[in-house]
Design a protein around this ligand. Structure first.
Ligand SMILES: Cc1cc2nc3c(=O)[nH]c(=O)nc-3n(C[C@H](O)[C@H](O)[C@H](O)COP(=O)(O)OP(=O)(O)OC[C@H]3O[C@@H](n4cnc5c(N)ncnc54)[C@H](O)[C@@H]3O)c2cc1C
Length: 467
């Protein structure tokens, strides 16, 4: 029987990063993955394919809506070849997952294909196509991720009533796509199909889209999406979804109990994801779940069985690839006797719609709830030369700083390239910068990042320069 210092179950961004870091630190490491390709949800049916389709659909929208105003004339009609668009996305996925195989090889991590199932606290059976192999590991990291969840009364047929996984490989552009859930995944995929010509209607239970982000961001994105003719029904409780042939009917009640009936050809259910522990043999090893069905862990991501750890979507916290990665590194370093730390307040959240939305730290709602005295500096993207040059005028940067110390407490942006620009907020907050620190830093002109300097100036002394 092969013996390892560490066995990681699941090869998503949590698992594969944990495996690399364990190997870098000199541990004999194995990674177990049930699918043919490595990379988990993120690389196969999550972050990467959704961004590939967002990019393709963005190019198409630019071609049909914006090229002309830039003086670019396309003779004839611009058309979408969906099959080719999906094939390009798949090629991107394949290149990326192959990259993980290369990294496993480079770091001498043994890749074992099959469903990993604990038989006790140090042994794992790996089942692949009817064959079973057993391995022994001193330490085990559970990184089995999550699966789309649904509502109890919805029957996902995966043809017309679908999850994000199917939405990434549709064979036709929906005529009317009804999306249940106005969170990140629903809005990103909604925008893909809206750009490609679908009518898109979102039904959200809470009173705003992106309900966990700063309300200012929700408000601005709502404005932009409505301008793009996406229909957003917030404060609506879906009560039934029925498919008959090619038609899907969704019924929902608004907050006054008034029923709306929506008819479309596809219904995308994006009501969240649930931790995935099926077939993992948790009972055999004595690993306990928490009250919400996630693998229970302490602050060091250790389960109730001391040599078994769990990371990523299968444990508490934001379901984000970079959060899973940080946790993978943390556990590897703990096992090597180091003293790593994660500041969960500084894990950024990003929505890759256009304009992009990005956030780190506390929202205004959280600061109010915690009774923290804060000041706000906000600067609109449209006041920037860079934004006028590219015609990306929507959005703003908002910096929240402590009223007495000026320390940055929250950093919220919506606008072109916010997904990349949020790194400045993370850096600033990691080093506990004041708004004045940011305001006094030179920001290249003309860039979208100038809005950050201006928002910091507004937060510090209410003296933005360009408005
Ligand atoms: C459409 C979509 C878009 C997304 N976009 C983003 C984004 O832009 N940015 C972002 O940060 N996050 C995004 N996410 C979320 C992100 O994909 C997850 O947070 C991330 O993949 C979690 O990583 P993980 O390692 O915990 O688990 P996963 O990536 O889910 O990987 C778990 C792996 O474990 C394997 N596995 C499970 N059980 C077993 C077993 N018993 N034996 C062997 N293998 C097993 C699974 O097959 C899977 O490969 C998106 C998700 C979706 C669905």
């Amino acid at each position: 029987m092969n013996q390892y210092d560490v066995a990681v179950i699941g090869s998503g961004p949590g698992g594969y990063v944990a495996a690399i870091r364990c190997a870098q630190l000199g541990m004999k490491t194995a990674i177990i993955e049930k699918y043919d390709t490595l990379g988990g949800t993120c690389l196969n049916v999550g972050c990467i394919p959704s961004k590939a389709l967002l990019d393709s659909s963005h190019h198409y929208e630019d071609a049909i809506k914006h090229f002309a105003e830039h003086g670019i004339v396309i003779p004839g009609e611009v058309k979408v070849d969906l099959e080719r668009m999906i094939a390009r996305k798949q090629a991107v996925v394949e290149q990326t997952t192959k990259g993980i195989e290369f990294l496993m090889d480079k770091n001498k991590v043994d890749v074992l294909q099959g469903v990993g199932s604990l038989t006790d606290a140090t042994h794992i059976n790996i089942d692949h196509k009817g064959k079973t192999q057993a391995i022994e590991a001193k330490n085990i990291i559970l990184a089995t991720g999550s699966k789309p969840s649904t509502l109890p009364f919805i029957k996902l047929d995966k043809e017309r009533v679908i999850t994000s996984t199917e939405a990434l490989k549709l064979k036709e552009i929906p005529k009317h796509l009804i999306i249940i859930g106005g969170g990140v995944i629903g809005l990103e995929l909604g925008q893909v199909y809206k750009r490609l010509g679908a009518e898109v209607t979102v039904v959200e239970y809470m009173d705003r889209i992106l309900p966990t982000m700063d309300a200012g961001l929700s408000k601005e994105l709502t404005k932009v999406l409505k301008k793009q003719k996406m229909v957003l029904n917030v404060s609506h409780k879906v009560k039934s979804v029925e498919r008959k042939g090619k038609e899907v009917t969704v019924k929902a009640d608004d907050k006054k109990g008034q029923e709306i009936v929506l008819k479309g050809d596809y219904c995308l259910v994006c009501v969240g994801r649930k931790p995935y522990t099926e077939g993992l043999g948790l009972e055999a090893a004595g690993v306990k779940l928490d009250d919400r069905g996630r693998v229970g862990v302490n602050d060091e991501l250790q389960t109730n069985v001391p040599n078994i750890y769990a990371i990523g979507d299968v444990v508490r916290g934001a379901m984000l690839a970079h959060k899973a990665e940080e946790e993978g590194v943390l556990v590897a370093e703990l096992l090597a006797g180091q003293k790593p730390h994660i500041d969960y307040n500084l894990i950024p959240g990003v929505v890759y719609t256009w304009p992009e939305v990005a956030s780190v730290g506390k929202t205004e709602e959280q600061l109010k709830e915690q009774g923290v005295e804060y000041k706000v500096g906000q600067f609109p993207m449209r006041a920037l030369g860079r934004s006028r040059a590219s015609m990306d005028l929507d959005g703003f940067v908002k910096i929240l700083a402590d009223s007495s110390t000026d320390e940055v407490l929250g950093f919220h942006m919506i606008g072109a390239r916010a997904a990349d620009l949020i790194a400045e907020g993370v850096t600033a907050m990691e080093f506990r910068a004041s708004a004045e620190d940011i305001a006094r830093m030179s920001h290249a002109h003309p860039t979208y990042s100038e809005a950050i300097k201006e928002a910091a100036l507004a937060a510090t002394e209410d003296r933005p320069l360009h408005i």
